[in-house]
Design a protein around this ligand. Structure first.
Ligand code: ADP
Ligand code: MG
Length: 262
């Protein structure tokens, strides 16, 4: 069965896009057939996977407004997985979708015919809690919340968790909140650890392990167009590989995810 994972946090710069690309590459490396969906009008995921959003004729926008089938818009990447790309047009989809009945289900319906072709679908949500993120959460079975380990970085998490709870009540009862994924983690400071313990406590939400360390390799990779998991001793890549293994064991065998606090 295909697993659809949404990566969501309305805060920008918490490594959602990096997590989607890296996790997808790691899952593909484990033999999974992976599709990533760029739901951010900024198209950062699309760009980081070697496609210029400004030059694409069709994108997930056309799919959401019913002008194209998802399978007609898919692109290959050099990372061994498939991309449903975004362009800036997607900024307008928000307004168009708002006027439609069942608007939260648009992506879910569009992806349904593709599910047989993929083992895992990973959705990169935009930095807002608008109708696009609601579409991502409604299409997903699982949601992962990347969280930067800094004081105040988790303001807004309460609001996101309320949105997840509402989606569960109204459009997607089976949605599972996997937990927070600590990103941009600095193991040398106790500060990061304190923030995570506080998050686990305050929101009663699992904080997953391993945390993703802050490493300059990620910025280098996106700038050079090199593979997202490139670099032999890239600690970030290793962490994403371990996370991918844990997620697969969880989805396949129901194994509990490793948490930071346990
Ligand atoms: P979001 O999608 O949540 O806005 P991004 O994935 O675009 O966040 O990441 C924001 C910035 O942080 C990018 O410049 C990215 O290269 C950088 N970044 C992400 N993860 C790491 C990391 N583990 N170490 C260093 N830089 C990172
Ligand atoms: Mg992003």
């Amino acid at each position: 069965m295909t697993t659809v994972l949404a990566v969501a946090n309305q805060k920008g710069g918490v490594a959602k896009t990096t997590t989607v690309a890296s996790l997808a590459a790691a899952l593909a490396g484990l033999g999974q057939r992976v599709l990533v969906v760029d739901l951010d009008p900024q198209g950062c995921l699309t760009f980081s996977l070697g496609h210029n959003p400004d030059r694409l004729e069709r994108s997930v926008h056309d799919v959401l407004v019913g002008a194209a089938e998802a399978k007609e818009v898919l692109l290959d990447t050099d990372e061994g997985f498939t991309l449903l790309p975004a362009t800036i047009d997607l900024a307008g989809a928000e307004a168009l979708l708002l006027m439609r009945p069942g608007r939260e289900f648009t992506l879910r319906r569009a992806l349904a015919p593709l599910l047989d072709s993929f083992d895992v679908v990973v959705i990169d949500c935009p930095p807002s809690l608008g109708v696009l993120t609601l579409n991502g959460l409604t299409a997903a079975q699982s949601v992962l919340v990347p969280l930067q380990c800094e004081t105040l970085a988790h303001r807004g998490v309460g609001q996101l968790l309320r949105t997840v709870a509402e989606v569960k009540q109204i459009t997607n009862p089976d949605l599972e909140l996997l937990g927070a994924l600590p990103t941009l983690y600095d193991a040398r400071t106790t500060h990061s650890r304190d923030v995570l313990a506080d998050v686990a406590d305050r929101y009663d939400m699992p904080v997953l392990a391993p945390p993703i360390p802050r490493t300059v390799r990620f910025a280098e990779a996106s700038a050079s167009g090199a593979s997202v998991l490139a670099g032999r001793k890239n600690k970030g890549a290793e962490a994403y590989r371990e996370l991918a293994e844990n997620l697969l064991a969880h989805w396949r065998d129901g194994k509990e995810l490793t948490t930071f606090t346990s």
